[in-house]
Design a protein around this ligand. Sequence first.
Ligand SMILES: Cc1cc2nc3c(=O)[nH]c(=O)nc-3n(C[C@H](O)[C@H](O)[C@H](O)COP(=O)(O)OP(=O)(O)OC[C@H]3O[C@@H](n4cnc5c(N)ncnc54)[C@H](O)[C@@H]3O)c2cc1C
Length: 409
Amino acid sequence: MNKYDIIIVGGGAAGMMAASRASKRHKRVLLIERNKRLGTKILITGKGRCNITNDCDIEELLNQTCRNKHFMYSAYYTFSNTAIMEYFENQGLVLKTERGKRVFPQSDRASDVRDILRADIERSGVTILYNAMVKNLLVDEEQVEGVITESGQKLLASSVILACGGQSYKLTGSDGNGYMLAKQVGHKIVEPKASLTGVYTKESWTEKAMGVTMKNVKVIATYKNKKLYEEIGEMLFTHFGLSGPLILTASRYFLDTGYEHAKIILDVKPGLSEEKLYKRICRDFDESPKKQYDNALRKLVPANMVIPMIMLTGINGEKQVNQISKEERRKLVDTLKNMTFIITGGRGFKEAIITAGGVSTKEINPSTMESKKVKGLYFAGEMIDVDAFTGGFNLTIAFSTGYLAGDQA
Ligand SMILES: Cc1cc2nc3c(=O)[nH]c(=O)nc-3n(C[C@H](O)[C@H](O)[C@H](O)COP(=O)(O)OP(=O)(O)OC[C@H]3O[C@@H](n4cnc5c(N)ncnc54)[C@H](O)[C@@H]3O)c2cc1C
């Protein structure tokens, strides 16, 4: 029977980085992936462009890590965002940095990121077993001894790294089964929750504005009228409610409080105070007094927002703007500055960018990623109870913890 030094379960970002590091230490490494290819999830990251990491300082990496940030200290310092960039550049991938210090491949192709990782581990002599799903861990007297696959194959190793991912976008292969493997050997799983999702709104009119992207708007997320989050950027109206970058981030704040009593307030004109906006509108109306309200709105909002705006302000779209009263103008200003949505829930795992929750960090040594319960068992990536906001921070977690596990196993 084949015996390896290290078996890695899961060929995603974390598993491949772990394999890369372990193979450089001249270990005999077996990487097991249930799919017929590696890194399926990487291919869909960053809308197919893969936001690999973020070019910020480590303090900011920690700030952008939502839960158990202190657990990530060693991993970030051992294999930082800078080290991640160097790794890819040394393998010949040209990188570029965009708004918010987000780092992408110059090619805008996520497949380049996956291909580089795969080529690296193939070159380093890692054995890859495709189409094999690990069903059980072999453990004797609190020491890991290997794994058993679905087809009953026993594979032995003195170290096993679990890098099975979370449970969002199940079709990519990460369906939460990794939590079961950890649970089998006594690990506590912090309830997995769908994070970084679009949100459902009570207001069904968003359907009319479906597909409209609002840029340079301010999103304020509140819980019981207390502000949780405020940011200027981009959001999107959808058939179910709201989505887009700012909303995904806002949804992470609702995860800890619950969606009940949750609201999103949208300021469509954050650059202008209410008074300035009122004056601007009055001036525009004075310049073209005979213009119809629906036409005047086109100067203020995207075309698909005109009908919702007519509904929200209660002003007849055919009314000439010189007929619009002071109160109605104030109502228009208030709608633009405080467009309020009652949030009824998040979109769930099918569309979640990330799973919050997972293997409890209390039972993992943060300096090595080794289990405190089973000797020789290590964890890496999204299956650990650590998650972050958007901006390349989640792949950073995967690469950093993957490297550390591969270094220490
Ligand atoms: C649409 C979308 C866009 C995203 N964009 C970004 C982005 O631009 N930047 C960013 O930082 N993050 C992004 N993320 C998050 C990022 O993709 C994840 O954080 C990261 O892929 C996690 O890596 P991982 O290796 O831990 O898990 P995964 O990538 O999920 O890999 C786990 C692997 O394990 C395999 N597996 C599972 N169980 C078993 C088993 N029992 N036996 C064998 N194999 C198994 C799976 O098939 C899978 O290949 C995005 C996520 C989504 C869904």
